[in-house]
Design a protein around this ligand. Structure first.
Ligand code: ZN
Length: 319
């Protein structure tokens, strides 16, 4: 493959998805082809500055890889980061798991990548962009992407783009209060959706109910499938809370497609069958969206970062 690529320079962008512990990267062609994939640790145990340096070094290595194997260096880069992101100004504002504050990521990356345009995105919204455009929501003009992982977040898709809100907080469905007297949430409220229906919340509830501190949400799903009544109850509580939160969201947003991802969605129909029924039971006048599992798994953020980079080039050409 490298020999062929050297003969025919391949135009490509750098796509980088920064998670808490690991980074996923790709070189992506204009038609969305993944030309090269790589992973690397963030090195967060060495502090926020080391993480930023890891990101910059990884990006520079990807640029060099492109030059060597595809005959030219990347024409743009897209980077997805966790926490609070000021996408417009290219600043990674805050990430609790990486410890940084106000990192001018776009400027730093641009400097390291020979001045090519760089797009910065929020991890969930960037993953949502990919799910909506090339994943489970393909073709849907209005969608909502909700990953159920350590927490619960959301990405609101409107006509091929993601709505970030006036201050970059749109879509935080995990902090809709569904049980006012429920468990304390890290945000300061009580009974937020993510304290009841995230993969972590189900893991905690099932560890307590089963008496096995190591038991997690996937174990709970298996126990549900084998008919364990304690597991069925834990699962039902989570599905009820999730349906309540989702109905609030679809009442406000009227999405055509509701894409559910993250660790909990890996339970497949064990989740989706009761979830669809619970949502249907709650709606009155609202139109039911298609409720579907995410299709891109943990590559969504990286693929979305590639889309951001290509979008940036098409905007520059047309502007
Ligand atoms: Zn909360």
């Amino acid at each position: 493959m490298p020999a062929r690529a050297k003969l025919f320079p391949v135009k490509h962008v750098i796509a980088l998805d920064v998670g808490g512990t690991g980074m996923k990267a790709a070189l992506v062609g204009a038609d969305g082809t993944l030309l090269h994939e790589a992973r690397r640790a963030t090195g967060r145990e060495r502090g926020a500055e080391a993480v930023v340096e890891s990101i910059l070094g990884f990006a520079a290595d990807l640029r060099a890889y492109g030059e060597e194997h595809f005959g030219e260096s990347a024409v743009a880069a897209g980077v997805a980061v966790p926490g609070i992101v000021d996408a417009e100004n290219g600043i990674a504002v805050y990430a609790s798991n990486l410890g940084w504050r106000d990192v001018p990521m776009r400027q730093l990356l641009g400097g390291r990548l020979g001045g090519v345009p760089v797009a910065l995105g929020h991890d969930v919204r960037t993953g949502g962009l990919a799910e909506g455009r090339i994943g489970a929501g393909r073709g849907a003009d209005r969608f909502l992407f909700v990953p159920l992982g350590t927490g619960i977040a959301g990405a609101i898709g409107i006509a091929g783009t993601i709505e970030a809100g006036a201050h970059g907080y749109a879509g935080e469905i995990g902090h809709i209060v569904v049980r006012p007297d429920g468990p304390d949430c890290g945000c300061g409220q009580r009974g937020c959706l993510e304290t009841l229906a995230s993969a972590s919340a189900v893991s905690r509830a099932w560890a307590a109910a089963s008496g096995d501190p190591e038991a997690d949400a996937a174990d709970c799903a298996k126990a549900v499938e084998s008919g364990d009544p304690a597991a069925v109850e834990v699962w039902r509580n989570a599905v009820d809370a999730l349906a309540a939160g989702l109905v609030t969201a679809l009442t406000l947003l009227d999405p055509r497609t509701l894409i559910i991802g993250g660790g909990l969605a890996e339970a497949g129909e064990t989740l989706f069958t009761p979830l669809r029924a619970a949502v249907e039971e709650r709606v009155t006048f609202q139109k039911l969206p298609h409720i579907v599992p995410a299709a891109l798994g943990d590559t969504a953020g990286c693929l979305g970062a590639g889309l951001l980079a290509w979008d940036l080039l098409s905007t520059e050409v047309s502007a």
